[in-house]
Design a binder for this molecule. Sequence first.
Ligand code: R5P
Length: 288
Amino acid sequence: MIVIAGSASPELSARVAKELKCQLVKPELQRFPDGEFYIRIGEEVKGEHVMVVQSTRYPQNDNIMELCLLLDAAKELGAARVTAVVPYFAYSRQDRRFKPGEAVSIHTVCKLIEHAGADDIVTIDLHHEEITRNFSVPVYNLTCMPLLGKYINGLKLNDPIILGADKGASERAKQVALEMGVDYDHLEKQRVSPEKVVMQPKRFNVNNRDVVIVDDIISTGGTIAEAAKILKTQGARSVYSACAHALLVGKALQKIRAAKVKRVISTDTIENQVSVVSVAPLIASSIH
Ligand code: R5P
């Protein structure tokens, strides 16, 4: 088995190769003067099971193109099996036509990856499980939520409660909480009058508790910041935030910190300053 490190996932690729005790190959990646990519896999991959590890985080379009070039090259060079490990899957929030005429972008991305040569796909916490149905090859959508729970357990929080940022995140919150053996709930928006919407946990009171808000993605940080401010007014002792994929667009971290969130905890599906939990063991175990 060989792990090929995409340029968007250098650390995760190395961790996966270490877990699998296999060769790590760093392909040559250059740009032509007009911006096009030049890719070269400088090692023999013939007859091997090759895993291309590439997050499709920002710049998404470049990272998707690089992934497709690597998959196709590995296949053409005679790899016996090519697995696309896409820890963060770009465009997954445009997985339906919200308005007539819209492109369902995730369909296009799935087609590109499959047709580039992926024999199977490994991914982490897809925005919606239904996205897997776009592929005719096997897709393993793994969840990092128990790993986040294990990490948060180590923080020794005071009477913690795990809250999904919305109803869609409630199952993720449950998985974190089950790992920790603590309460879970999700935030619900309720219209109390034609002009006023309030946001509060559906079942529990957060007064005097440490709260962890869980979501799949933190993008601009708006959802977490808004939730944190409200939870503080409801008496939360401290607020933490945990997610699978911390995109952290623009000033997201400053916004979250300004809302008095004590810490943002995320994984290396996107490598950055908050990616303290590695999904490498999860990816490696799926291969086994
Ligand atoms: C939305 O459906 C996702 O699950 C996240 O809640 C969303 O992407 C968070 O975005 P932001 O950080 O910009 O509020």
